[in-house]
Design a protein around this ligand. Structure first.
Ligand SMILES: O=C(O)c1ccc[n+]([C@@H]2O[C@H](COP(=O)([O-])O)[C@@H](O)[C@H]2O)c1
Ligand SMILES: Cc1cc2nc[nH]c2cc1C
Length: 346
């Protein structure tokens, strides 16, 4: 088991960023949350004028044994088909990634079937987790390997100059897995967390709540122990996402969280590496009810709210435009002094 050393935030850089923002040609605080984003990036990166040179988007893919219980609106093979689609550049995340000129990485950690050809990184740990209503989702070794692979694949992007990271996923059934994880960590009733995922019926929704309740009753995961939760009710891609987030936090690289699955992985990352949450911004608010509970637990607020519920990293990639506006603002605006603009009346 690794020890993740997440560095402390640079609170001095935050104070300096605030002082500098107040010198720019605008009434104090008038750029609202953009100013807050600048201050957060400043304390993460340790600089009053933070820059982002290159966005990275990493998407982890895996299948889920719990799909056997009829909890998704789509068949399991869609995971594999969407990985192929992403490898061809045809998924929504490819479009937003190109728009943001992002470095894109697609990693199979547990999709059913053979290795992929082409752009996909083949790092399959096993083909799908087990059905966690009947048995533990995976072994302790598999959890640790998945976290390690996520960590390593994030480092590959950082070596290419990536200095801000979106962590996305694809995996049919993973809103059920995420509901179980967030219920385990927060202690909340699954009825408050379980949503409609890819678009199930009301009857299926009632069934999905019962599946999550029964699984938690059966496994009794330790809410303090992210490894235990992943082993019992987790997902391979979610463990890898947590690993990638730990790599980013350990290297003072800002993470942009996406929807429900990404935020569930963030809860696990924080449980494994205390302080990782300090390096996270929340891109958007997903339509999944459990997403709000999970981000409130992490103490986050979404940058945008666009009624999205796709996953893949799409909400985070869209929100990156706003983060980029904040970074441009602090680096390019004139100060009252440099522009010769009069200050506020005394
Ligand atoms: O990010 C979200 O909040 C989100 C909400 C609903 C669905 N998804 C995506 O849809 C898949 C999981 O949905 P489901 O219904 O199969 O559990 C998975 O591939 C996710 O990327 C993602
Ligand atoms: C089509 C489709 C695309 C997805 N992207 C992420 N999850 C998905 C689920 C479905 C069903």
């Amino acid at each position: 088991m690794n020890n993740y050393n997440v560095p402390m935030l640079d609170t001095e850089a935050r104070v300096e960023a605030k002082a500098y923002l107040d010198m720019l040609t605008k009434p104090v605080g008038s750029l609202g949350k953009l100013e807050e984003i600048v201050m957060q990036l400043a304390e993460m990166k340790g600089h009053r004028k933070p820059v982002i040179y290159k966005l990275g988007i990493i998407v982890f893919a895996a299948d889920h044994g719990i799909v056997e219980e009829g909890i998704s609106a789509f068949p399991q093979q869609v995971t594999r088909q969407m990985v192929d689609n992403m490898a061809q550049g045809g998924a929504a995340i490819n479009v937003f990634g190109r728009q943001q000129q992002a470095e894109f990485s697609l990693v199979d950690v547990g999709v059913i079937g053979d290795d992929f050809t082409g752009l996909v990184k083949n790092r399959k740990i096993r083909q799908s987790t087990q059905n966690f209503l009947r048995t533990e989702a995976m072994t302790e070794e598999e959890v640790e390997r998945a976290i390690q692979i996520g960590y390593e694949e994030a480092l590959v992007l950082f070596d290419k100059g990536v200095d801000c990271l979106v962590v996305g996923e694809v995996g049919i059934g993973n809103t059920t897995t995420s509901s179980a994880i967030v219920a385990a960590i927060t202690g909340m009733d699954p009825a408050e967390l379980v949503g409609f995922g890819t678009g199930i019926s009301s009857e299926q929704h009632v069934h999905k709540i019962n599946v999550v309740r029964q699984a938690l009753e059966f496994h009794q995961p330790d809410r303090q122990d992210g490894y235990d939760i992943l082993r019992k009710v987790g997902g391979l891609e979610i463990a890898a996402m947590a690993g990638a987030m730990l790599a980013a936090a350990s290297n003072r690289i800002p993470i942009v969280l996406d929807g429900f699955i990404s935020t569930a992985a963030a809860c696990v990352a924080e449980s494994i590496g205390k302080g990782a949450v300090n390096y996270m911004l929340l891109g958007h608010q997903s339509m999944e009810p459990g997403h709000q509970k999970a981000y409130e637990y992490l103490g986050k607020e979404p940058i945008v709210s666009l009624d999205m519920r796709l996953g893949e990293g799409t909400g985070a990639a869209v929100a990156f435009s706003i983060i980029q506006s904040a970074v441009c603002m602090v680096n390019e605006m004139a100060t009252f002094e440099s522009a010769g603009v009069s200050g506020k009346n005394e």
